[in-house]
Design a binder for this molecule. Sequence first.
Ligand code: AMP
Length: 164
Amino acid sequence: FYHISTGDIFRDELKNNTELGKKAKTYIDNGNLVPDELVIEMLKHQVAENLSGPGFIFDGFPRTHMQAEALYQMLGSFNTKIDAMITLLADDDEVIRRLSKRAEQEGRSDDKSIDIIKNRLEVYRNETAIAKEYYRDKGKLFEINGIGDIEEIHQRLVEIIDSL
Ligand code: AMP
């Protein structure tokens, strides 16, 4: 599958100081979501350029109800569809621990302080949890336990993907 991480793409755009990077910077630095229109436009290009492969893994997308709707429309226009939304569940303490560790290792601006991390958790609850319900209603939501070592969690993901 072709892996599209919207966060990775934004980080590249930021590094290269592109117009899109400049527009996204303040949102990312504060732990807020980049506006839907910017994300959807960027994703459209990525999908259109990679349609010949076996499929896609969208990572960190969709994060709002509007993005989920836009993805549905976009994939429909390419005669394809989403098979599954997989979410990894972890409690706030665990997420805060992991992001604080990543801050030391990678120095990401959106992991920089506990306030920014807490804001990201809040944004997740307010905006992204709704996108999850969009897929639950369609019987496409798979929630897995995100606690454990990397190999264990990988195995849980593989089992779901193999069952599709
Ligand atoms: P991530 O690496 O997926 O945690 O994304 C890092 C940051 O990029 C997020 O906190 C947002 O500011 C922005 N971002 C990434 N993906 C999206 C998305 N689907 N919608 C809006 N903002 C996004």
